[in-house]
Design a protein around this ligand. Sequence first.
Ligand code: ZN
Length: 311
Amino acid sequence: MENRILGLHHITAIADDAQRNYEFYTKALGLRMVKKTVNFDDPGTYHFYFGDEIGTPGTILTFFPWQGIGQGSTGTGMATDIGYSVPPASLDFWTNRFKQFNTKHGEIEERFGEQLLPFQDPDGLKLEMIVSAFQDNRKPWVTADVNAQTAIRGFHNITLTLRKVDPTATILTDILGYKLLKQEGNRYRFITDAIDTAAVVDIIEAPGMAQGRNAAGTNHHIAFRVKDDTILMEFREKIEKKGLNITPKIDRDYFFSLYFREPGGVLFELATDNPGFTKDESVDQLGSNLKLPKQYEGSRAKIEKALPKLS
Ligand code: ZN
């Protein structure tokens, strides 16, 4: 099992206002900010990581808050909906909480035999609270308002919206080890049995839909999880053999990564469990200090001054 793709590692999306993004995910949703750093390619922008206590792969949603970037549009060629796994009987709690926070949300509905509640973050990013059909024993991060009976466990699934299902399905099945589980209308559900949670990828086939445009309220990329950098490089070879362009191994400080664009247009990343978020902060301290990669440590004063203050 260890040399396989272990479901999702993280999902990265774009926000506009940093403070608003930080408040929504830590307060309304009750997640932990496990790392506060900068975009390694653009140190004038934060990179926030929200997840469970230690940022376990499969729980991590990350954001680049680009002040003033404006609203993107959801469409084909992107990951469109993020599914969080929540406990049975928690959807009424979440409906009430969304009312309290003036969060846009839909009604409770059912799909593939699972109850779910669709909602949007303040930038219009589409998410769902889903009562998974599978056991989810992950230990959640809890807050004063969001207790263990209701708290988010981590990801259940990601939904990709694509013009055509087949080219991307081939990558999922032939390279990443997923299998088609079921189909409902134009939605195809893929799952890996390499891990019990964050194991689902849905594809919506929407041939007539316009292409999405990346800006606030849209997903930038999704990352699949591998155990370590040896296995990462084994996958690099497999992906290259399929004729896809893939980056060299990149050190993201808290994991090692590879990126490639799958044929449907979505940016896929593979990311490792090692070294993890406790590399430069203790578990208690996670997310409380601005952490900079080595190359920017010398410019810390300037970077700190330029970043929006969080309260
Ligand atoms: Zn990433």
